[in-house]
Design a protein around this ligand. Structure first.
Ligand code: GLA
Length: 328
């Protein structure tokens, strides 16, 4: 039965580690956060889907739902958000996932019955179409699969998601904006993605997940450095899972630092504003800090020991529930 009104919520995400690995069939360790996007959809039979701005992303989600054979009834939608936009916290993915869940709910499709992989792929296609960034599946999967108290180890080759308890033992994670908006970064992001595809093609493998360390020297610069980042970042995700399991938070901090150095030196994804933010957080006592998300601006993630006060401008983040329908 279809509902007259559905409210759906989808959270933003923090990625603990595993950056620019998703579109290389690699590994990431994100978690959903408390902040996110709430979408209210009201049935308006005989009309189009209206409201929400108008937002090209909302229209793209509607088009992708229809292309996937889903019935999308006429509706009026309202959007509210407490998630910072353009700061690398996946606000676009949260909007796409919330709109999709709300419209599916209106059509009488219960969110839990819709194939998770189908839904995240559909939202990804909508983002590609509306925003022009060829993003991977990290943001959508993190938003949909979040669970309180846990990060999610995602293997993008199989799309398997394993919850990993994020027990921080009094340590805290915080994010700070670099002041540089992420949305200006589409061209840099797409260029990195194209470089990885070129590297895989030159090596004759389907994705960089299937390459190994001996392949690095077979590639010209900068493709050799892109591969070196992807391989070492996948490895750091596994080490971060082990560090969490062994309650080695100082070790986790060192992995965040190493991820940042790799993204800066091998992936060329940092900016002076991001570097200043990382330096400021380390000087303020962070045990590790790194650029987060696509890079080229956006937010910095940092880990603080139990005795260190969160510096000015740093917002504490903790793992929260994934996207869900709130009421219908
Ligand atoms: C952005 C993209 C993701 C992912 C990250 C980098 O957030 O949307 O798909 O590629 O950058 O890890």
């Amino acid at each position: 039965m279809s509902a007259a009104r559905v409210r759906a919520f989808a959270p933003g995400r923090v990625n603990l580690i595993g950056e620019h690995t998703d579109y290389n069939d690699g590994l990431s360790l994100p978690f959903a956060i408390v902040e996110g996007v709430t979408v209210d959809a009201m049935l308006r039979p005989g009309r189009e889907v209206v409201g929400g701005g108008p937002s090209p992303l909302v229209s793209a989600v509607v088009e992708e739902l229809r292309a996937a054979g889903q019935e999308v009834p006429g509706a009026e939608i309202g959007i509210s958000s407490n998630l910072a936009e353009g700061e690398g916290l996946a606000s676009s993915a949260a909007l796409a996932v919330a709109v999709a869940l709300a419209l599916l709910g209106l059509a009488g499709e219960r969110a839990e019955r819709v194939e998770r992989v189908e839904l995240v792929r559909l939202c990804q296609r909508a983002e590609h179409r509306a925003l022009g960034t060829r993003s991977g599946l990290l943001d959508q999967l993190a938003s949909l699969c979040g669970s309180e108290g846990h990060a999610a180890r995602i293997d993008f080759r199989s799309l398997e998601v394993d919850p990993v308890p994020l027990g921080l033992l009094g340590w805290r994670l915080g994010v700070a904006s670099s002041g540089e908006r992420r949305e200006l970064a589409a061209s840099g992001y797409n260029e990195r993605r194209a470089e990885c595809e070129r590297a895989a093609e030159m090596l004759g493998v389907g994705s960089l997940r299937l390459a190994d360390g001996s392949d690095i020297d077979r590639l010209p610069d900068p493709l050799n450095r892109r591969l070196a980042h992807v391989l070492s970042e996948n490895d750091r995700v596994e080490k971060a899972v082990t560090a969490l399991r062994e309650e080695d938070l100082a070790g986790l901090g060192r992995l965040l630092d190493a991820s940042h150095a790799s993204l800066r030196d091998l992936y060329d994804a940092s900016t002076p504003a991001v570097e200043r933010t990382v330096d400021r957080l380390r000087e303020a006592g962070a045990a590790g800090a790194r650029m987060m998300g696509g890079g080229f601006g956006g937010s910095v993630l940092a880990l603080f020991g139990p005795d260190v006060d969160l510096p000015r401008g740093v917002r504490a983040v903790a793992p929260a529930a994934g996207a869900h329908v709130l009421a219908s």
